[in-house]
Design a protein around this ligand. Structure first.
Ligand SMILES: *Cc1c(COP(=O)(O)O)cnc(C)c1O
Length: 351
C-alpha cells in the first residue's frame, strides 16, 4: 500500500503487522492437529496466562461480534438481561447477535454521553424492576476503551465491579481495543481486568494488527464450562485453529501488542494536537486512545471528502478517524493540514 492511499476511516483498514504475519508463517511450516489440539493454540493460551498472571481459560473466535455474543451468552440464561451503554457495540453494531446467541437475553441500555457506564447507572437499571415479568439483570458489559475512545480508569472499573458484586451481576469487558487502553494507562493487563473484578474479557486481535481473531478470556474459570461447545455450535470453532492462535504468540512475545497500540494512540494524539487551535473544528470527545472524533461544518466535512479522505459520521454526526499500528505520521499531518486549510477557507467554512 502506498502512503498516499492510507486512510483513517477505520483501524480495520490496516493490514497484518509483521509480528503476527511471521507467527502465521511459522505456524505454516508443517502440519499440526486440528480444532485447537495443536502446540500453537496451547502456547497462545499459555501466553495469555502469563500476560494476565493468572490461570484463566482462553478461547479463540473469528471476530468480536461472536466473542462478545458468546461470552455474554455464557454469563447468563435466556431470561436474564445484560446492562450496557447506549453506544456500546453490542447494542448498536452486532445485529442482535448477543440476543440471538443467548436465546433472548435482553440488553438493558443506559443512556450515557461518554459511552461509559457508572455504578449509579448500573444500579438504577438493575433495581428498576424486581418482579417476575421483567428479565432479571445478570451481567454488566463495559467497553474498554469505549466506542468513542474513552478509557475507564482502574478505579472506575473497581467501582463498577463492586456494584456488580453487590447486585449479584457478572462483569464482562468488550476489549476490542483492550491493548490501546493498556497503552493509555500504562498498567498491567491484570490490573485492568481480574484484579479489578472483571469476570470475562473479549480481547481484540484484529484491531491490534492481526488478520482476524479475538480471544475470549474467562478469569472466573467456572464460567468457561462447555464454552468450547458453544463456540462450535456458533460456527466459531476454527478447524485450523493454529492460524487464529499463532498471531497472539507473535504479538505477545515480541511486545508488538503494546507497541502497536502505543503507536496508534500517539497518532490520534498527534492529529488532535495539530487541530486543537483551529476555529470551526472541535473534538467531540476527549482523545484517550486511538480515535479522534471531529465536529465541523457539513461544508468542511464535504471538503475533506472532496480531498479524498474517507471517514464515518455514524456517531453523533462527527467525523471519526481511527489509527492503527500502520498509521503513517506524515499522512496524519496531511490530514491535519487539509482540515486547517478547509477551516480557514471561507467558502468551505461558511456552511
Ligand atoms: C470492532 C469492535 C468489535 C468487534 O467487531 P467485529 O467486526 O465483529 O470483529 C467489538 N466491539 C467494539 C467496541 C469494536 O469496536
Amino acid at each position: 500500500m502506498t502512503d498516499r492511499a492510507q486512510q483513517f476511516a477505520s483501524d480495520n483498514y490496516a493490514g497484518i503487522c509483521p509480528e503476527a504475519w511471521a507467527a502465521m508463517a511459522a505456524a505454516n511450516s508443517a502440519s499440526a492437529p486440528a480444532y485447537g489440539d495443536d502446540e500453537w493454540t496451547q502456547r497462545a493460551a499459555d501466553e495469555f496466562r502469563t500476560l494476565f498472571d493468572t490461570r484463566c481459560e482462553v478461547f479463540f473466535a473469528f471476530n468480536g461480534t461472536a466473542a462478545n455474543s458468546l461470552a455474554l451468552a455464557a454469563l447468563c440464561q435466556s431470561y436474564h438481561s445484560v446492562i450496557c451503554s447506549s453506544s456500546s457495540h453490542v447494542e448498536t453494531d452486532e445485529c442482535g447477535a448477543p440476543e440471538f446467541f443467548s436465546n433472548g437475553s435482553k440488553l438493558l441500555v443506559a443512556q450515557t454521553d461518554s459511552g461509559k457506564l457508572t455504578p449509579e447507572a448500573i444500579r438504577a437499571l438493575a433495581t428498576s424492576r424486581s418482579d417476575i415479568h421483567f428479565p432479571k439483570p445478570r451481567v454488566v458489559t463495559i467497553t474498554q476503551p469505549t466506542e468513542t475512545g474513552q478509557v475507564y480508569s482502574i478505579e472506575e472499573i473497581r467501582a463498577i465491579a463492586a456494584t456488580c458484586r453487590d447486585l449479584g451481576l457478572k462483569l464482562h469487558m468488550d476489549g476490542a481495543r483492550f491493548a490501546h487502553a493498556c497503552a493509555t494507562l500504562d498498567c498491567a493487563p491484570a490490573d485492568l481486568t481480574w484484579r479489578a473484578g472483571v469476570d470475562a474479557l473479549c480481547f481484540g486481535g484484529t484491531k491490534n494488527g492481526m488478520a482476524a481473531g479475538e480471544a475470549i478470556v474467562f478469569f472466573d474459570t467456572t464460567l468457561a464450562t462447555d464454552f468450547d461447545y458453544r463456540c462450535k455450535q456458533a460456527g466459531q470453532l476454527a478447524s485450523k485453529m493454529r492460524f487464529l492462535a499463532a498471531p497472539w504468540i507473535g504479538l505477545f512475545e515480541s511486545g508488538a501488542w503494546l507497541r502497536n497500540a502505543r503507536h496508534a494512540n500517539r497518532c490520534a494524539a498527534r492529529l488532535a494536537a495539530a487541530i486543537v487551535d483551529i476555529s470551526g473544528v472541535r473534538l467531540a470527545f476527549p482523545v484517550e486512545s486511538n480515535s479522534v472524533f471531529l465536529h465541523a461544518s457539513d461544508a468542511l466535512l464535504e471538503g475533506l471528502t472532496g480531498r479524498g479522505w474517507r471517514f464515518y459520521t455514524f456517531i453523533g454526526g462527527s467525523a471519526r478517524f481511527m489509527f492503527a499500528w500502520d498509521a503513517i505520521e506524515h499522512r496524519v499531518d496531511e490530514l491535519a493540514n487539509d482540515i486547517r486549510f478547509l477551516a480557514t477557507d471561507k467558502a468551505a467554512s461558511a456552511g
